[in-house]
Design a protein around this ligand. Structure first.
Ligand code: TPP
Ligand code: MG
Length: 1012
């Protein structure tokens, strides 16, 4: 039976043009196969079939205008059932069921701990001066103890929650406290014990500590300018060691590998372990921070400088936490899209407590909880200090972070006290010890660790008679030995174990440590620890003794490294641990297969003229992506990333076509479900819709752009954003992306100071290309026409994803509609587009006076229009060059110039600019919709008179015409300035320029736009 396929609801649009027929009479099609592409003035969308069968007739042709309800195809249906099947809205019911199933799976919590605590539980009797009825308080507390005793912690937690709900409903507005007492989260009775040999692990850790410090001290002895850090790793050594010995699984043929974000300035400690593991030698350690000659060790984790070792650049504080969150999210994305299997890989991020003040550090923690990233573990090393002094002298950073993370929905594990405190806490019957712990501020905690046992006895235990008594049988040395949780391998192990098993939420481990642990008087817990790079002989002797490093005094004086024999138990142990965990960490490898570039004809439709049809380059890009989504190699690998601007860029068609990634699917029927481009979220969705979150979107881009190494699967991230909210907003992340060797496309849409008309100063980008030019492996382009975009994009795919070059592309696209010409037939055109310029037009009627125009982006069109006027009204000839990239031209110019200067005896080479322009006639005038500095970049490589126009100054909202007039880049200014340049070069009389200035009402007295 013949069925009719009609145009579905396409939203507010009427009479939308059919731009492509994707099927023909006689084709067999299935439900959801795209049949035609329609295009409004803003976006293009494919219409999928809702019927499967044989096409009987096609009722539309390219160029037709269609509206809702118009007939598209007649189909002889092959399945009568599907005739009535409604494709839009999607089967939401099914999606909900799927999402709920997934939810259920995720919610399968570990069996609630049924352990009935046998020993007397820790009852904390809060001794509070404001307690109006301590007896009643005691009764409640004892009841609670009884519950814990009988039914366990989970039951107690449940009752407390119910009590709070009840109180709330009764009207008692009791604010819920997000913090717990200042003690460890994991009770002693629930600590899982390490299976490791603690003695040997301590010996290994001591050697790692020693060699790490020695590396820094030796480097600075040789070259005091080199710098480095000792105190940070000294505080974090146990946190890393327990992970390395027991938890972090390396990538190998059976497992994808855990991903560890090391705290940047801990690098010496990581090198030091690699030295014991036999991965680095003494010579390399001696080249710490000497990166210019090959073989040196980079100051911090820089994959660019050590591409086989470091995976994640973290030293710019705050980026590590954010990148780790989006890394964990992208891992789930790849799992949910079926690219990698879910084998329980984890992302661990090590952060400093001072670093947590960076807004970026905490900025994305809500997302981590929302997305239920139980593959993510943060370890915050709370040594209570940052660079200058205490992180929270007057407060408690651990408590503050606990509240913030718990409030955001994280699983929080505090590791505050080491095992030596356990008996004291068990004997704290009156609760005074915990009270003292709660009331002591970080400034005091820090000061105590800079002194000695006697001081701690007086200042801390001396707070109450009860606490003083508690330690009456301990010597000052015993008191001094009371350790912090982050230095206790047992406590750290228990926390890591619990974190690794947590399901349904991310975990943060907040560990308390001492900055400069073991460094003695000059370095331990003192405010200057962070910058200690040199230790004198006494300090070194102390350090050796503190950690029992088997070196003689003489060896200490020589600051020798210590590495036990290959057959020693220590070396055997350290290697065996890593062998059991799959290999060494960190290690950066890639086994990703390249993505075959699409055939060159995939973009052929962008090489023909659009005729009357006007479109923006943004729309051309979306058209191109729609084409790419039909290429079987490329389509699944595309990761479109959008910070809430899909509609601005005309990309709403992607919602239905490839879906928006949502780990829980879509639990609601979207408001616009009846429409063709309705908002569709799906567990296997492809689009990363990040919301208004450029930093998050960029972090996703980096995760996807480095997927080839972190997941061994090449992906093609395409992040589209308002160009003004690109580099200047996320510049530091872009730099980290470059360091990480990310591959992918950044698309600065709505670009150009005068092209995005009706917005305003903070939206109007006239410099993003200059910012892009600061990144060495970023190639940036400012194309004007659709074929330029196609050539650039395809080459990007080829170089990055097929040839695996570690570069990335920044391309600006605009929202001005105009018609696009056919690609010039000149065989050098493609090469020119890629190198940065090619000749696009020539006005050559009069052969008297000539000028060279170099233009890019939308301003190229103003130049063409200006050149036409010059030809028609002033008999001036011109050649017009489309400059797709001033940045690339400059790079080539610099390189050629350098070669020529280094080879004075050789035939000089010519830069591409020179080759293009050397035989041309007349002065050169360049312009773009960016600051003059953009086009000025090529000035040194041009041996002719060169002038530039540009949009220097604050942007503002107005019409394009007025803006271009204001910034003096419209065709009228191009004519007037062009004549003036010719007059200055004495090629024409100055009166022509003066007349033009008058004719176009150009106000000579108007200040420079930079001053307005
Ligand atoms: C964005 C940024 N700002 C400043 C620095 C310089 N810096 C390096 S380490 C450091 C102090 C770090 O303190 P914390 O996070 O507590 O780490 P700790 O060394 O105490 O473990 C600072 C300010 C940096 N690396 N990145
Ligand atoms: Mg710190």
């Amino acid at each position: 039976m013949s069925e009719k396929l009609l145009v579905p609801d396409i939203g507010d649009f009427e009479k939308v043009e059919v731009i492509e027929l994707l099927v023909k009479k006689g084709d067999q099609i299935k439900v959801n196969d795209p049949v035609v592409t329609i295009e409004s003035d803003k976006s293009s969308v494919e219409i999928p079939s809702t019927i499967s069968g044989l096409i009987d007739s096609v009722s539309v042709k390219v160029g037709d205008k269609v509206s809702k309800g118009d007939l598209l195809l007649s189909i002889v249906s092959s399945d009568s059932k599907q005739v009535t099947e409604k494709i839009i809205p999607k089967d939401t019911e099914k999606l909900i069921i799927e999402a709920e199933e997934a939810l259920k799976k995720n919610n399968i919590k570990e069996e609630p701990s049924k352990t009935i605590i046998k020993e007397k539980p820790q009852v904390i009797k809060i001794v509070n001066q404001n307690d109006i009825d301590p007896v009643e308080t005691n009764e409640w507390l004892e009841s609670l103890s009884a519950v814990i005793n009988r039914d366990g912690n989970e039951r107690a937690h449940y009752l407390i929650k119910e009590l709070m709900n009840k109180a709330y409903m009764e009207g008692a507005n009791i604010p819920h406290s997000q913090t717990t007492p200042y003690i460890n989260t994991i009770p002693v009775s629930e600590e899982v014990k390490s299976t490791g040999d603690q003695n040997i692990e301590r010996r290994i850790r001591s050697l790692i500590r020693w060699n790490a410090a020695a590396m820094v001290v030796r480097a600075n002895k040789k070259f005091p300018e080199l710098g480095g850090h000792i105190g940070t790793f000294a505080s974090a050594a146990t946190l890393y060691d327990v992970g390395m010995n027991h938890f972090w699984r390396a990538k190998n043929e059976n497992f994808g590998g855990d991903l560890i974000y090391f705290q940047g300035h801990c690098a010496p400690g990581i090198y030091s372990r690699a030295f014991l593991e036999g991965r680095l030698n003494e010579k390399q350690l001696d080249n710490f921070r000497q990166e210019v000659k090959p073989g040196g060790l980079s100051s911090y984790p820089h994959p660019w400088l050590m591409p086989d070792f470091w995976q994640f650049p973290t030293v710019s504080m705050g980026l590590g936490p954010m990148l780790a969150i989006y890394q964990a999210r992208f891992m789930k994305y790849l799992i949910n899209r079926g690219f990698i299997k879910d084998d329980g890989r984890k992302v661990w991020a090590f952060l400093g407590d001072g670093e947590m003040d960076e807004p970026e550090s905490l900025g994305a923690i809500g997302l981590a909880a929302r997305e239920k990233l139980d593959n993510l573990i943060f370890v915050v090393n709370c040594n209570l200090q940052r660079l200058d002094g205490p992180v929270r002298g007057n407060g408690k950073i651990i408590q503050e972070l606990e509240g913030i993370f718990r409030g955001a929905g994280w699983n929080v594990i505090k590791v505050i006290w080491g095992s030596y405190w356990d008996p004291l806490l068990a004997n704290d019957k009156s609760g005074h010890l915990v009270k003292a712990m709660n009331e002591t501020v970080d400034g005091e905690y820090q000061a105590m660790k800079a002194r000695d046992g006697a001081y701690v006895r007086e200042k801390f235990f001396g707070k109450f008679p009860e606490t003083k008594k508690l330690i009456s049988n301990l010597s000052d040395t015993d008191v001094w030995r009371l350790n912090r949780g982050g230095h206790d391998p047992h406590k750290v192990y228990a926390a890591y174990d619990k974190a690794s098993k947590n399901i349904g939420s991310p975990t943060v481990i907040i560990a308390k440590t001492i900055k400069g642990y073991g460094m003695g008087k000059t370095g331990e817990s003192v405010n200057t620890t962070h910058q200690t790079k040199k230790l004198d002989i006494d300090d070194l002797m102390y350090y050796r003794d503190r950690f029992d490093v088997p070196l003689t005094d003489e060896q200490v004086k020589n600051i020798e490294y210590y590495k036990p024999d290959e057959n020693s138990p220590e070396i055997k142990y350290i290697k065996k641990r890593r062998l059991d965990l799959g290999g060494f960490i960190p290690s950066r490898t890639t086994y990703a297969k390249p993505i075959l570039s699409p055939p060159s004809d995939i973009f052929d439709n962008m090489k023909v003229s659009t005729g009357e049809k006007q479109m923006s380059t943004t729309m051309a890009l979306v058209r191109m992506l729609t084409n790419l989504l039909r290429d079987k190699n490329v389509a699944p690998r595309l990761v479109p990333i959008i910070p809430d601007e899909a509609r601005t860029f005309g990309m709403e068609g992607f919602f239905q076509k490839i879906g928006i990634y949502a780990h829980e699917g879509q639990k609601y029927e979207p408001e616009d479900s009846a429409q063709l481009s309705s908002y569709r979220e799906e567990k296997s969705g492809q689009v990363l819709e990040e919301g208004i979150n450029e930093a998050g979107a960029m972090s996703s881009w980096i995760a996807a752009g480095t997927s080839y190494t972190n997941h061994d699967i090449e992906m093609i991230p395409i992040y589209l954003f308002y160009s003004m909210f690109g580099f200047q907003r996320i510049g530091d992340l872009a730099w980290a992306g470059a360091d990480s060797q990310s591959r992918g496309f950044l698309i600065g849409a709505t670009a150009g100071r005068t092209t995005l008309a009706g917005e305003g100063l903070q939206h109007q980008d006239g410099h993003s290309h200059l910012l892009a030019s600061t990144i060495p492996n970023c190639l940036s382009y400012d194309p004007t026409f659709h074929y330029e975009l196609a050539v650039i994009f395809r080459e990007g795919l080829r170089r990055m994803h097929e040839k695996k070059e570690n570069i990335f592309y920044y391309i600006t696209t605009m929202n001005e509609n105009y018609s696009h010409p056919e690609m010039p037939k000149d065989k050098n055109c493609e090469e020119g587009i890629l190198k940065g310029m090619y000749k696009i037009r020539e006005f050559n009627k009069f052969k008297k006076t000539k000028i060279q125009f170099l233009g890019s982006g939308t301003i190229l069109r103003e130049m063409i229009a200006g050149a036409e006027i010059l030809q028609n009204e002033y008999q001036i000839d011109s050649e017009i060059w489309s400059v797709t990239s001033f940045n690339e031209l400059r790079r080539d110019g610099m390189e050629v110039e350098r070669y020529n200067l280094l080879n004075p005896d050789k035939e000089p080479k010519k830069s591409f600019v020179e080759l293009c322009l050397e035989k041309t006639e007349g002065p050169i005038m360049a312009a773009s919709d960016y600051m003059r500095m953009n086009s000025d970049q090529i000035r040194p490589y041009i041996n002719k008179s060169f002038y530039s126009l540009g949009t220097d100054g604050f942007g503002r909202s107005d019409t394009r015409k007025n803006l271009r007039n204001f910034f003096e880049v419209d065709k009228e200014h191009i004519v007037a300035y062009g004549l003036s340049v010719l007059a200055k070069e004495q090629l024409i009389a100055s009166k022509y320029a003066s007349e033009a200035i008058k004719k176009y009402n150009i106000d000579k007295n108007k200040p420079m736009p930079t001053k307005l």
